[in-house]
Design a protein around this ligand. Structure first.
Ligand code: BGC
Length: 379
């Protein structure tokens, strides 16, 4: 056989193999070189492909993130015996995320948590937002950033960048907002989330991530011990809107300055706990500056897992899954009331209507920037 024929034959086999590989990349799983792994995971109602990206660090920890909603679908970290376990609530298929989910793992925007009466005034103009929580607007409105397809770019096997442009007027908010969120799984078993945004018109912004954690993976979270470095919290009315007061936590069930099991005081006859059916409040973090500071710590005696929360944000919404009711199932678990908790780093709820709260206004020419780290260890 002459050499020319051999090389043509080899080339066609190589071409055939390449075509096969690229077909399977579209339908199945593709290893995208040195930038991690991506899998087609579903299709949006308007026909766009939803991808699931896997990040892995050198310790074997693994995070899965989809480009729809920027949802952290799973996060596997070791327990005290070194066994990896998934510490976030999630659903089994992309279709399950299309039913109104309680924001499992999602990026929340344009404004995290509630804006009272779904309106605010900026520069003398009243903006009416979409109402999706009684009279209020919650987590960006009927179709917030959690229900949008983001443009994903893997930056390395441990880092994924997501971009989304929120159009002027979307859900009632002024200004085109360009948002970038970067997830990084570091070798120190930290999930780091860097947020940035710019606008072309004055607007308000409050971005967060809505992961529901359970450090044992399943069961209730009442024995998890929580520390929150905050002397004050923002009390709420019966619609869960802050009253505007910054209340001292001393002598209340909201004092988590020393580590306390979640369940220890959650059933106390306290008006604030009764309004929310448990903890669902914003803590005013004790900060020494604007940098990344450790603000909360959660330890689970059962698994030996521990999570520290570091952030640049002024507030933390500690939510104990009071509205979960056992109807949602995923990962072989049933998401019952208080089977997971959230630590949403943020600006205070309803800030656009509370001039005394730190401002959430973003102007053209300025860059919104914030970082939150969920750091895992064992004890
Ligand atoms: C809110 C809760 C709400 C939950 C899920 C939390 O951030 O504070 O009141 O039920 O998100 O929607």
């Amino acid at each position: 056989m002459d050499n020319r024929k051999l090389s043509i034959g080899t080339a066609s086999i190589a071409l055939f193999a390449a075509v096969l590989t690229s077909c399977s990349a579209r339908t199945e799983k593709s290893n995208i070189g040195n930038t991690g792994t991506k899998t087609a995971w579903g299709t949006t109602p308007d026909g766009q492909t939803v991808e699931l990206y896997t990040l892995r660090n050198s310790k074997g920890a693994e995070a899965r993130i989809m480009n729809y909603g920027g949802v952290l679908v799973s996060l596997k970290v070791p327990d005290r015996s070194g066994v990896l376990g998934d510490v976030v609530a999630g659903l089994d298929s992309f279709q399950d995320y299309l039913k109104p989910p309680p924001y499992f793992g999602a990026i929340i925007g344009r404004y995290g948590n509630r804006i009272g009466n779904a309106r605010f005034t900026l520069n003398g103009v009243e903006y009416n937002l979409s109402k999706n929580d009684g009279q209020n607007s919650l987590h960006g409105g009927a179709r917030g950033f959690d229900k949008r397809l983001w443009q994903a770019t893997p930056l390395s096997p441990q880092s994924l960048e997501l971009k989304y442009r929120s159009a002027d007027g979307e859900e009632g908010y002024p200004g085109n907002l360009d948002v970038t969120v970067k997830y990084t799984l570091t070798d120190a078993n930290e999930l780091r989330i860097d947020y940035s945004a710019t606008t072309d018109k004055d607007t308000v912004v409050n971005l967060t991530n809505h992961s529901y954690f359970n450090l044992s993976g399943e069961g209730d979270i009442l024995a998890h011990e929580v520390m929150i470095n905050a002397d004050r919290f923002t009390p709420i009315d019966k619609g869960l809107i802050p009253t505007g007061e910054l209340k001292d936590v001393t002598g209340t069930p909201f004092d988590f300055r020393t580590a306390t099991p979640i369940g220890k005081r959650i059933e106390q006859k306290d008006q604030q706990l009764i309004f929310a059916g448990g903890y669902d409040h914003n803590w005013v973090l004790n900060r020494t500056g604007n940098g990344l500071e450790m603000v909360a710590k959660v330890s689970d005696p059962k698994s030996g897992r521990m999570m520290e929360v570091l952030t640049t944000q002024p507030g933390l919404q500690f939510y104990t899954g009071n509205f979960l009711d056992g109807t949602l199932k995923g990962k072989g678990r049933t998401y019952a009331r208080r089977s997971a908790f959230c630590m949403e780093t943020q600006h205070f709820p309803d800030s656009p209507n509370k001039p005394s709260f730190p401002s959430t206004v973003l102007k053209p020419g300025s860059v919104y920037q914030s970082t939150t780290v969920y750091r895992f260890a064992t004890f």
